[in-house]
Design a protein around this ligand. Structure first.
Ligand SMILES: Cc1ncc(COP(=O)(O)O)c(C=O)c1O
Length: 509
């Protein structure tokens, strides 16, 4: 081990907020952050659980709980006689493997800080297995129709999608025309094909927006809670501290709070049609307030419209972009309504930003693969996409109602309950406040249930515990089986906490 850390040697740990409770989760998050920011380096020893507990003035069991959690996540390792230390593998798998096979025992040289940040992004975003409750798994009745395959075969073999030279960095014109037509009709977006930039999905749209719109010292508003695809970009790239987490309530982003926190932010990243992950739409009053702020500050709004076509009662909410096309960058994706491995989406940007977005994307990947753009363009313009959306909406309506029934029947109501929502491809299952959602999800994944915890989607991982249940066209039996496992895991964790703390009642939030 390189050196022994003790509490004063980990200044990044700082103080725990006792009034917020969940001290184990707080400590785990602080340790995670210290590792991500390289304040704790691969191979570095941690103090004993007893020493750390006494220096922080908390129960030893709380430290044990945090250590166990981080061992399960791969951040820490422990071995008899050595104690607990930051996982060597975080220094990079190739280097570690080479050293192990060469019989070298000294600590590997730490990776540069930026490499460590991206390394932890890779751990965080490992794809979920295609089992309940993973989101967007296009199986069974939700699979694209045979037309998709037929069109693909025709266009890729002999048609416009056959191999050719470099394409347009903005995307193929036929697809941009089809997208512009489709979003004008279905999402009240105001645009011309010249404003459409075909992306490899919303993740790229978010990255391009950060690259193009944010200077190194500019601040960005991000919803609290938010999609980790945006928070991870702002954590991993550029100056630390430029992300301002703005609370959301039942009307969506609290614009007044954003103004109080950082009125001079340059960009606001929002999910107005279906707040991610909580699910409510942003009220018209808040949309108007957000646009007024953006106009006054010459700031931009990035609208992530990831799944609003899937509303199960009434019509989808219209886009924010339609209210002010000069201030809003609109991001759409085919990951939810078609399938995520297609890796195609779109950014619709004000005319003055088109060249800047094209320049940034040339440096990333030059342009999206051409062949599937032609297939998708034909699929949309021949009316197949809208037929497909109508079909999957009815499939998912049924799956959703199955999911809600199963949760009500199988999960213990005092420990787990669903957040109401009437659209999209996931729902939040809230857990009683004494249950650690990260630990539950880690165990569920080990047992073959694909779930993600909600608390890490909040600032510093300090949100209430919950589980994201994704919607895909899994059968009722598959969902039922997964829910049984989840129910058992949640009950066991609850009992374990009560045994350790002597609590009798479960605490709903
Ligand atoms: C809120 C939100 N934004 C963006 C994305 C990324 O989508 P894409 O697959 O288009 O990159 C997702 C994917 O789950 C999402 O949930």
């Amino acid at each position: 081990m390189s050196r022994t850390a003790n509490t004063p040697q980990i200044p990044a740990l700082g103080e725990l907020d006792r009034s917020a409770g969940a001290l184990g989760r707080q400590l785990a998050q602080k340790l995670r952050d210290a590792i991500k920011s390289a304040a704790l380096k691969p191979g570095e020893s941690l103090p004993s659980t007893r020493a750390l507990a006494s220096s922080l003035g908390i129960a030893r069991g709380t430290v044990v709980e945090a250590f166990e959690q981080l061992i399960a996540e791969g951040f820490l390792e422990s071995s008899p006689g050595v104690g607990t230390y930051v996982a060597h593998s975080l220094a990079g798998p190739t280097r570690t493997t080479r050293r192990r096979s060469a019989g070298l025992t000294e600590s590997p040289q730490p990776l540069p800080e930026s490499a460590q940040r991206f390394h932890s992004v890779a751990l965080q975003f490992e794809p979920l297995p295609q089992v309940p409750f993973a989101v967007s798994v296009p199986v069974g009745a939700a699979a694209p129709s045979p037309v998709w395959r037929q069109l693909g075969n025709r266009l890729r073999a002999h048609g416009t999608g056959a191999p050719a030279g470099y394409g347009d960095p903005q995307g193929e014109l036929s697809l941009r025309q089809a997208i512009a037509e489709y979003v004008r009709r279905s999402r009240s977006v105001r645009c011309e094909p010249e404003q459409v930039i075909v992306t490899t999905g919303t993740q790229q749209g978010l990255f391009l927006s950060c690259l193009v719109l944010l200077g190194t010292k500019d601040f960005a508003w991000v919803e609290n809670p938010a999609y980790s695809g945006i928070t991870a970009i702002l954590d991993a790239v550029g100056e630390p501290g430029r992300m301002v987490r703005v609370p959301v309530d039942e009307e969506g982003l609290d614009v007044e709070a954003g103004i109080r926190l950082r009125a001079d932010a340059r960009v606001a990243f929002v999910t107005p049609s279906h707040q991610y992950p909580l699910g409510m739409p942003m009220s018209m009053a808040r949309r108007t307030a957000l646009l007024a702020w953006a106009r006054a500050q010459a700031a931009w709004i990035v609208e992530d419209d990831y799944d609003s076509q899937l509303r199960y009662s009434g019509h989808p909410f219209p886009s924010m972009q339609g209210l002010d096309p000069e201030r809003v960058i609109y991001l759409g994706t085919f990951s939810k309504v078609l399938f995520p491995s297609l890796r195609l989406g779109y950014a619709i940007v004000p005319p003055q930003l088109v060249k800047a977005f094209c320049g940034a994307r040339i440096l990333l990947d030059r342009h999206p693969p051409s062949a599937d753009q032609y297939v998708l363009g034909a699929f949309i313009s021949e009316g197949h996409l809208e037929r497909h959306i109508r079909r999957v909406r009815s499939v998912y309506t049924q799956c959703r109602s199955n999911l809600f029934d199963i949760v009500r029947e199988v999960l213990p109501g005092d420990l787990a309950w669903l957040q109401a929502s009437d659209q999209g491809m996931h729902s939040v299952l809230w857990l009683a406040s004494h249950i650690d959602d990260v630990a539950v999800c880690t165990q569920a994944m080990r047992e073959g249930v694909a779930v993600r915890p909600v608390s890490p989607m909040y600032h510093e991982g300090m949100g209430p515990p919950g589980i994201l249940l994704g919607l895909s066209a899994f059968t009722k039996e598959q969902m039922g089986e997964a829910a049984q496992k989840l129910a058992r895991i949640i009950s066991e964790f609850s009992k374990d906490v009560k045994r350790r703390t002597g609590t009798k009642k479960s605490r709903k939030q």
